[in-house]
Design a binder for this molecule. Structure first.
Ligand SMILES: O=C(O)CCC(=O)C(=O)O
Ligand SMILES: [Fe+2]
Length: 270
């Protein structure tokens, strides 16, 4: 795809690209907005360096790509409820995303994407990995693709947030989605089950469903489908949440790692 406004440098063949030549603190020109969207569709997760993003710019950037979504499990900032803080330090007992997942897949309409801006990083560690669910789907046999095609699965977050926040009396979203979804823009097929949220395959006995999910969760971990991003202070990652999963490493305890995320609403998987 030819890019005229931005400079797009792929990080791996299947997933990830670094983007240069744009200041995300300024409103995007139409051509920059449209080329960033093209790069996201082509590479599934895109990275930016040296962007000192303030909250207003972060929200404006997210809104350039769609309505923003609110997080059902974690409260936003007081003055910016659309922004979630992603933070770990010596006091932390868990970090967000330390398992393979796509964000908020338990929503009836899971997010289209998330934009994560990190301002404080440990000297080493705290990398994030993304896995391409196009690559994961493409690598399956034709027989397995055909078997998975009609299946649906339950995505639930109650077990996670009830364990994290036992004192909060709340019911969190739980919805059924196809195991293989079609990306609404690229029309490519992608695997859409994840280890954090997918609890059950509908219509299969539990033992068969659990074994199938275990195979698929393991399949996602293949390094050939992945990119690993080494953050620096003021880096940004913008991922397409429909066709990727990610994993936030926590190999830097007790150091501090901190940033902010906005989430862009999506649509019902089909
Ligand atoms: O901290 C990270 O790199 C990612 C955390 C996460 O899963 C998220 O922000 O959705
Ligand atoms: Fe996440």
């Amino acid at each position: 795809m030819p890019y005229e406004t931005i400079d797009v440098r792929p990080v791996t063949k299947s997933i990830g690209a670094e983007i240069f030549g744009v200041d995300l603190n300024e409103p995007l020109s139409n051509s920059a907005q449209s080329e960033i969207h093209d790069a996201l569709m082509e590479h599934q997760v895109i990275f930016f360096r040296d962007q000192k993003l303030n909250h207003d710019s972060h929200i404006r950037l997210g809104r350039a790509f769609g309505e923003l979504a609110y997080h059902s499990g974690v409260a936003g900032l007081d003055d910016y409820p659309e922004i979630v803080k992603i933070h770990a330090d010596a006091e932390s007992t868990f970090v967000a995303g330390e398992n393979w997942h796509s964000d908020l897949s338990e929503y009836e309409e899971p997010p289209m994407g998330s934009i994560l801006y990190m301002h404080t990083l440990p000297p080493v560690g705290g990398d994030t990995l993304w896995s391409s669910m196009y690559a994961a789907y493409d690598a399956l046999s034709d027989e397995m693709k055909a078997f998975l095609e009609p299946l649906t699965a339950v995505h639930d977050s109650n077990h996670i947030y009830r364990e994290l926040f036992p004192d909060v009396e709340k019911t969190y979203p739980c919805n059924t989605h196809p195991v293989i979804r079609t990306h609404p823009v690229t029309k490519r097929k992608c695997l859409f089950v994840n280890a954090s949220k997918t609890t059950k395959i509908n219509g299969l006995p539990k033992a068969e469903g659990d074994a199938l999910l275990a195979f698929l969760f393991d399949h996602v971990k293949n390094p050939n489908f992945q990119v690993r991003f080494r953050w620096q202070p003021h880096s940004i990652a913008f991922w397409d949440n429909r066709c990727t999963q990610h994993f936030a490493t926590w190999d830097y305890f007790p150091e501090t790692r901190s940033g902010y995320r906005v989430t862009i609403a999506g649509d019902k998987p089909y």
